[in-house]
Design a protein around this ligand. Structure first.
Ligand code: DP6
Length: 331
C-alpha cells in the first residue's frame, strides 16, 4: 500500500504558547492561524512486509535527494504511530517507510512539524482504513505533540478551540482561503535549524512573570481579532498580530531558561517594516519560534513591498504565501 498526502504549514496570528496538559497537548488559550500556500510538506507512506521495518527519509529544503532521518525524528514518528493506533482503536500493525519533503527550511520558525504531523495524522488514519471526520483528524493531529498541527487540517483560516479535554480541543475553519487576500511573505533571514523544541518551551512558559498577564490580555485580543477579521479591517488586524507576537516573545524571553529567537537581523527588519508603513506601505509582522519574519500584507500591496525589500542584504529568500486549503490527498 502506498499513500501520499500534502499538508500546509500555518502561521498563527494568535499564538499557542503554554499548555494546560503537556501529555494531551491541551493549550492554555485558543489560537488562530492561516494555512500557507507555498510552505507545505508532502509525505508518503509505503507499507512493508516485514513488520519491524519502520524507516523515515527526509528530503531537505532545496535538496534533490532523500536522506535517512536522525533517530530523534524517527522515534517521534514511531511514538506517534502508537498514539494513533490507540486513538484509532486498532491492534493491527504495519512495517512502513515514510518519505517527507518540505517546500521550505525545516525548524526555522515556520511550522515544519505542523505540516509534517498533520499529513502523518491523515496517513495513519488511512493506513488503518479509519474514516475520520475533520474534527477527529484535527484531534489526532494535535496528539502528535506538535499541537499546532491540528490547525493545518481544516481549510483557510483555522481557529483552535482550547477545549476542556482531549475531545473538545481541535481546530475548525472560520473562513475559506478565498475569504481575504492576505499574503504572508516569509522573509528568510536564517535557514538553519533552531536549538530548542517548542515542546520544551511550552512547558516553561508558566515560569515567566509575564505569562499571567499575557493570558489576561488574550481574552480581549481574541475577541478583537475576530471582529477585525470579520470586518476585514486590515489596520486593526495588523496592530493586533504585532502586539500578539511581541506578547508571546516577551514571555519566551522571560521564562526560565529564557528563549531568545530574534537576532539583530530580526530587529532590523522589524524596524524596516514599521518604517515602510510610515511611507504608506501597509504591512505588519508576526514571528514564531525562530528568527525569520512573517510579513503580512494585502495582495494589492505585495509587489511594492517586494520592491521595498529587494536590496535588503539580510533577506536570503522570500516565500510568498496566500491562504491555502488544509491537509489533502496528494494529486
Ligand atoms: C510558536 O508545539 O505546535 O509556533 O512542534 O514546533 O510545530 P512545533 O510547535 P508547537 O508550537 C507552536 C508554537 C508557535 C506558535 C503557534 O504556532 O501557535
Amino acid at each position: 500500500m502506498k499513500l501520499k498526502i500534502r499538508s500546509p504549514a500555518n502561521i498563527a496570528f494568535i499564538k499557542y504558547w503554554g499548555q494546560k496538559d503537556g501529555c494531551l497537548i491541551l493549550p492554555m488559550n485558543d489560537s488562530f492561524s492561516m494555512n500557507l500556500s507555498n510552505c507545505f510538506s508532502t509525505v508518503e507512506i509505503e507499507t512493508q512486509n516485514d513488520f519491524n521495518t519502520k524507516q523515515l527519509y527526509i528530503k531537505k529544503y532545496q535538496s534533490d535527494n532523500y536522506e535517512v532521518a536522525d533517530q530523534t525524528s524517527l522515534k517521534k514518528v514511531i511514538d506517534y504511530y502508537q498514539v494513533a493506533k490507540k486513538f484509532l482503536k486498532t491492534n493491527q500493525d504495519f512495517g512502513f517507510i515514510i518519505k517527507s519533503a518540505n517546500s521550505f527550511p525545516k525548524k526555522a520558525g515556520i511550522a515544519s512539524s505542523a505540516s509534517f504531523f498533520s499529513a502523518l495524522a491523515m496517513l495513519y488514519s488511512r493506513l488503518f482504513e479509519k474514516e475520520l471526520n475533520q474534527k477527529e483528524l484535527s484531534i489526532l493531529a494535535r496528539l502528535s505533540g506538535s499541537g499546532s498541527a491540528c490547525r493545518s487540517i481544516p481549510d483557510g483560516f483555522s481557529w483552535w478551540k482550547k477545549g476542556r479535554d482531549s475531545s473538545s480541543s481541535y481546530a475548525v475553519s472560520i473562513a475559506p482561503p478565498s475569504y481575504w487576500d492576505l499574503n504572508d511573505l516569509v522573509l528568510i533571514l536564517n535557514s538553519g535549524e533552531k536549538k530548542v523544541s517548542s515542546q520544551e518551551g511550552h512547558q516553561k512558559a508558566k515560569t515567566s512573570g509575564l505569562y499571567k498577564e499575557r493570558l489576561r490580555g488574550l481574552k480581549k485580543r481574541l475577541v478583537d481579532i475576530k471582529k477585525a477579521f470579520e470586518k476585514k479591517d486590515f489596520t486593526w488586524f495588523g496592530y493586533l498580530i504585532e502586539e500578539e507576537a511581541i506578547s508571546m516573545h516577551s514571555v519566551m524571553m522571560t521564562q526560565k531558561p529564557p528563549l531568545y529567537f530574534w537576532s539583530e537581523r530580526t530587529i532590523d527588519i522589524i524596524k524596516k517594516i514599521i518604517g515602510g508603513r510610515s511611507q504608506g506601505l501597509e504591512m505588519y509582522f508576526t514571528i514564531d519560534a525562530g528568527e525569520n519574519i512573517h510579513l503580512i500584507c494585502q495582495g494589492k500591496n505585495k509587489e511594492k513591498i517586494y520592491q521595498y525589500f529587494s536590496k535588503e542584504k539580510n533577506i536570503l529568500n522570500i516565500i510568498s504565501n496566500q491562504a491555502a486549503i488544509g491537509t489533502r490527498d496528494y494529486e
